[in-house]
Ligand binder design. Structure first.
Ligand code: NAD
Length: 495
């Protein structure tokens, strides 16, 4: 067993809201269960409408106070203090992510918590070094100077999913605070722990009350929806399923609120015959099975050029069968559980559907057997299919599990059409050693990001987001600064 298991003992077992600088309890709670073995990890406050109001009022008050008038450098200092606070409790955050999601400890360290810290540092540096725009204009009435100021939007509602809890929560909270907004944030009901630790950090560093407020609870007809409908929320930034995005869009329509949506995907990986074969197999293994396929960027559709198709399928099968599924607390585990039994059942229903739709199951397709407490967990086997038509539901719908379908293709034009024939448009990866082909194909793919001979490389200064059902708006770098601020052009007659 891994020596860091003991870190689990430090996690809170009652997760409360954090409103106006104080932790607030409630009689209404729900259970947070471990996806690893099904046991209850904690009781979590189910926020009622009154508490949503209290959080929004606290944020509005803080927004009218000194926070709004801090200089960018002062705000950057606060963001670095938050990052320092996470760093000081690094292993607690790792333990929280592992307990709530069951992901491998090394992933939680290297990706989730490291990115949580990086999100605050990156936006601190961006806001500190941001420069403005100005224009000199000659008119018949004289000489004008235009300059552009950025003001906070006000109070931003942050709603985040369970698949990369701290990473995605802080990806929104950090730029919102960096631009001078106050925040009311709701993490997923499946993964409430790391957000609670973040609230503890905010309290411990003395962030002014009301600047950051945390509310726990569910989405539809609950805290999430009430937050989106609240008239004093000035913008909503949301990551999650496309159908939830659609519900939120309807909820915010009356208030004409700003929204930024990072939604689902059905991403493709394209492997040309001229690819570095081993690198492509390794790359697709990662892009299909990282975090048990529960990354919005994972590739569930793999297209392989026909001359190498059989060899590729055999090689990916061999690698996939070396993945070690099980408890993250056991050494060598590469693949944890689905987030919940409910999600596992959804993934399993696709396993059954694929067979009905005529798939050949190359590997997996069921539930692994452990003969230990993990048999009560939400595990499924990493799975590969071939033989489905492009319009099969398993090839068109987001499954969000450790699964990919591999199909052969014959030409560049054909594969571009097939990749783009999707309701989603989040990400794609292309594997080729032909530089001209890479530059020719990548811009034709209708997604927000295209990787060439890589996957899930994120420079936080670059725009991130999707097309079609995968959302709209871009965050990252100056794109986040644009979303989280209101621009005013000031035009002064100088002569
Ligand atoms: P989800 O949409 O079910 O839930 C996300 C959040 O929205 C949760 O906090 C939930 O409580 C809340 N919510 C649910 N219904 C709501 C409503 N009516 N009003 C307000 N809030 C509501 O998504 P999930 O299952 O937690 O996450 C998985 C999904 O997220 C997948 O589709 C995945 O592709 C997507 N995702 C996208 C990105 C991206 O960057 N594009 C990143 C990660 C995950």
């Amino acid at each position: 067993m891994n020596s860091n298991v003991s870190a689990r003992a430090t996690l809170p077992t009652r997760l409360r809201n954090f409103i106006d600088g104080e932790f607030v309890d409630s009689d209404h709670t729900f259970a947070n269960h471990s996806p690893i073995d099904g046991r209850e990890l904690s009781r979590v406050v189910e926020t009622d409408a009154e508490a949503v109001n209290a959080a929004v009022e606290a944020a509005q008050r803080a927004q009218q106070g000194p926070w709004r008038r801090l200089s960018p450098v002062q705000r950057a200092d606060w963001l670095h203090r938050i990052a320092d606070g996470i760093e000081a409790r690094f292993e607690d955050f790792v333990a929280a992510e592992v307990a709530d999601t069951g992901r491998p400890i090394e992933q939680a360290r290297r990706l989730d918590v490291a990115r949580g810290i990086a999100n605050f540092r990156t936006f601190a540096d961006l806001v500190r070094t941001a420069h403005g725009e100005f224009f000199e204009t000659s008119t018949a009435d004289g000489e004008m100077l235009n300059y552009v100021t950025r003001k906070p939007l006000g109070v931003v509602g942050v709603i985040s999913p369970w698949n990369l809890p701290l990473l995605l929560f802080t990806w929104k909270v950090a730029p919102a605070l960096a631009m001078g907004n106050c925040v009311v944030a709701k993490p997923s009901e499946e993964t409430p722990t790391s957000a609670t630790l973040l609230a503890e950090v905010m309290r411990d560093i003395g962030l002014p009350p009301g600047v950051f407020n945390l509310i726990h609870g569910h989405g539809s007809n609950a805290a999430g929806e009430w937050l989106t409908r609240h008239p004093d929320i000035d913008a909503i930034t949301f990551t999650g399923e496309s159908k939830t995005g659609s519900a939120i869009m309807k909820a915010v329509a009356d208030g004409v609120k700003n929204v930024s949506f990072e939604l689902g995907g059905k991403n493709a990986a394209v492997v040309f015959a001229d690819a570095d074969f081993d690198a492509a197999v390794e790359g697709v293994l990662r892009s299909s099975f990282t975090n048990a396929g529960q990354v919005c960027l994972c590739s569930e559709r793999v297209y392989v050029e026909r001359p190498i198709f059989d060899r590729f399928v055999a090689a990916l099968k061999e690698k996939t069968e070396t993945l070690k599924v099980g408890s993250p607390y056991e050494a060598g585990t590469t693949t944890g559980p689905m987030i919940s039994n409910g999600h596992r059942d959804k993934v399993l229903s696709y396993f059954q559907l694929a067979v009905k739709e005529g798939a050949t199951v190359i590997t997996g397709g069921g539930i692994p057997k452990f003969d230990n407490e993990c048999d009560n967990g939400a595990f499924v086997q990493p799975t590969i299919w071939t033989g489905l038509p492009d319009d099969a539901r398993c090839v068109t719908e987001e499954i969000f599990g450790p699964v990919c379908h591999i199909a052969p293709f014959d030409s560049e034009d054909e594969v571009v059409l097939r990749v783009n024939d999707s309701a989603y448009g989040l990400a794609a990866s292309i594997w080729t050693t032909n530089l001209s082909r890479a530059h020719r194909v990548a811009p034709q793919i209708a997604t927000g990001i295209v990787w060439v001979n890589a996957w899930f490389v994120r420079d936080l200064r670059t725009p991130f987001g999707g097309a079609k059902l995968s959302g709209f708006g871009r965050e990252g770098g100056r794109h986040s600064m644009d979303f989280y601020s209101e621009l005013t052009n000031i035009c002064v007659k100088v002569a």
